[in-house]
Design a protein around this ligand. Structure first.
Ligand SMILES: NC(=O)C1=CN([C@@H]2O[C@H](COP(=O)(O)OP(=O)(O)OC[C@H]3O[C@@H](n4cnc5c(N)ncnc54)[C@H](O)[C@@H]3O)[C@@H](O)[C@H]2O)C=CC1
Ligand SMILES: [Mg+2]
Ligand SMILES: [Mg+2]
Ligand SMILES: [Mg+2]
Ligand SMILES: [Zn+2]
Length: 460
């Protein structure tokens, strides 16, 4: 076979990667000492020394590379980090080491709990909610007058957007931007009887101490965001900043096409606004209510109403907990996915269902899986969560292990449920032509739970 000609630098990289792959700690150490540039170099299919050592279970080499300041974030051509690779190949001690990060990283304390689910769509806390200000009506009124305050407008729970993606933090598939209106544009709607105004928070980071009192006219430098909602077409009343603005026609799929920061704001705003639109009257006595706490509370107007005594959760925005689970075959090599009739052709997803009163998350998982697929589930492990503002669910994502494998679907809810092999799932994630099914979109926690199981960088 003819020898490949390589330049000396490429040859050195290849040798270095080879030592890492074989677990030769001495050679890895001496090569980095002489040529520090080697540490984050990658070779075939984007594999770095850290990935190769993680793949082959070379704990000491991984430790050495980390001590020398190796970057843990690069991904190979299959979108896996070194951490994903260590998990995928079952080297738990290396995965723990890799997710531990720097000394100050709090994951050190609970290494097994590490998941990057905080980066999920709808999970970005772009605003500081500043809840301590919700009862400060003077501050709220001043913020509503401030020239830099942002107002987001919703009509029937659909936000006003422009069809231009945000450049600063968008992913490739973000195609809408929330219209950030200023006071003069929304003036006619403020105080209108059919509109609801809620205080969402201020832009992070805080630029002054949270409880600094603000005298009249004095600015604390915080940019406040409000959501303004109406059930009547506001087109005549509002001055749109540009002709491209339009309300989303339907929540899906439009709400999945925002930048990650704006999706986080919508997750908060839409759920609170949906609660206002459904709870206009007191659920205890049917009387009218007043909006308090910057839109985060409704108080009954009838003196003597039971809801005014003690704490009534009906006075506060509601959240519905939903368990969503990837059920794993008892042998560990297959997972159970189902499809509803409304899913796009070929798509399968995790089973899910509302948690019932008096139920733990674990019991909710076992009951929903039994009802929907006839499969019995044993151990359940929490993975991560995601607000899902359609209208106000909190998705509680779990992995669960099946005790039985025979499938018997509840045809009222699920059209089909099937066991898929790990390889079939991997094929679906890399969109191979021969994939036998397609995954839910990356914005859904179901997508995350599936990729997390096969040890892939879930957000890519
Ligand atoms: N982000 C994601 O990846 C996914 C999100 N979801 C969300 O989870 C939610 C629940 O999943 P499903 O399979 O529909 O639940 P499910 O399996 O409990 O069945 C839904 C039925 O449960 C009843 N129900 C019980 N409590 C309810 C409540 N608080 N609100 C409304 N209906 C209630 C209704 O009859 C409803 O038709 C869905 O609304 C969906 O938006 C579901 C799957 C994936
Ligand atoms: Mg369900
Ligand atoms: Mg169900
Ligand atoms: Mg249910
Ligand atoms: Zn009442």
């Amino acid at each position: 076979m003819a020898a490949l000609t390589m330049n000396p630098k490429a040859e050195m990289v290849e040798r270095f990667l080879d030592f890492a792959a074989r677990g030769d700690k001495e050679k890895v150490t001496s090569m980095i000492s002489n040529s520090s540039f080697l540490i984050n170099q990658s070779g075939e299919k984007g594999w770095t020394a850290l990935m190769l050592a993680a793949r082959n279970g070379h704990f000491e080499v991984v430790k050495t590379l980390l001590a020398k300041g190796c970057d843990t974030s690069p991904v190979n051509k299959s979108e896996q980090t070194a951490y994903d690779i260590a998990r995928f190949w079952g080297h738990k001690h290396i995965a723990t080491l890799l997710c531990r990060g720097q000394d100050g990283d709090p994951h050190r304390v609970l290494p097994d709990m590490h998941s990057d689910g905080e980066n999920l769509y709808f999970n970005h806390e772009f605003l500081d909610r500043l809840s301590e200000r919700r009862t400060d009506s003077t501050w709220l009124a001043a913020k509503q007058r401030a020239p830099d305050t942002v107002f987001l407008l919703f009509y029937s729970l659909n936000p006003l957007v422009t069809s231009e993606p945000l450049k600063e933090d968008g992913r490739g598939d973000c195609s809408y931007q929330l219209s950030r209106l200023r006071r003069p544009s929304v003036e006619p709607l403020l105080g209108h009887p059919n509109t609801t105004l809620i205080f969402l928070g201020v832009e992070k980071p805080r630029t002054c101490a949270p409880n600094t009192a603000m005298d009249d006219g004095e600015d604390d430098g915080l940019t406040a965001w409000f959501a303004l909602s109406t059930e009547e077409d506001p087109t005549e009343l509002v001055k749109f900043p540009d002709p491209q603005c339009a309300f989303l026609q339907a929540p899906m799929p439009g709400l999945l096409k925002l930048s990650d920061n704006e999706a986080g704001v919508v997750a908060q705003a839409r759920a609170v606004l949906a609660w206002h639109s459904r709870y206009s009257f007191c659920p205890t006595c049917g009387s009218g209510t007043r909006v308090d706490d910057g839109g985060h509370k409704r108080t009954c107007l009838r003196e003597g109403c039971r809801s005014l005594r003690g704490i009534h959760n009906t006075c506060y925005p509601r959240v519905d907990p939903v368990a969503i689970m990837l059920v794993i075959h008892p042998e560990g090599n297959q997972c159970l996915l189902g499809r509803k009739k409304v899913f796009p052709a070929g798509m399968f997803s995790c089973l899910a269902g509302f948690i019932e009163p008096g139920e733990t998350v674990e019991e909710g998982v076992r009951r929903e899986v039994w009802e929907e697929s006839g499969v019995r589930v044993g151990p359940v492990r929490y993975v991560t969560s995601q607000p899902w503002p359609m209208p106000s669910s909190l998705m509680i994502g779990c992995h669960a292990v099946a005790l039985t494998t025979a499938i018997n679907v509840d045809e009222n809810e699920i059209e089909e449920a099937r066991w898929f092999t790990r390889q079939q799932v991997i094929d679906a994630t890399v969109k191979a032509k021969h994939a036998v099914f397609s995954l839910p979109p990356r914005q859904a926690i179901a997508h995350y739970l599936i990729k997390h199981w096969i040890g892939m960088q879930a957000n890519l």
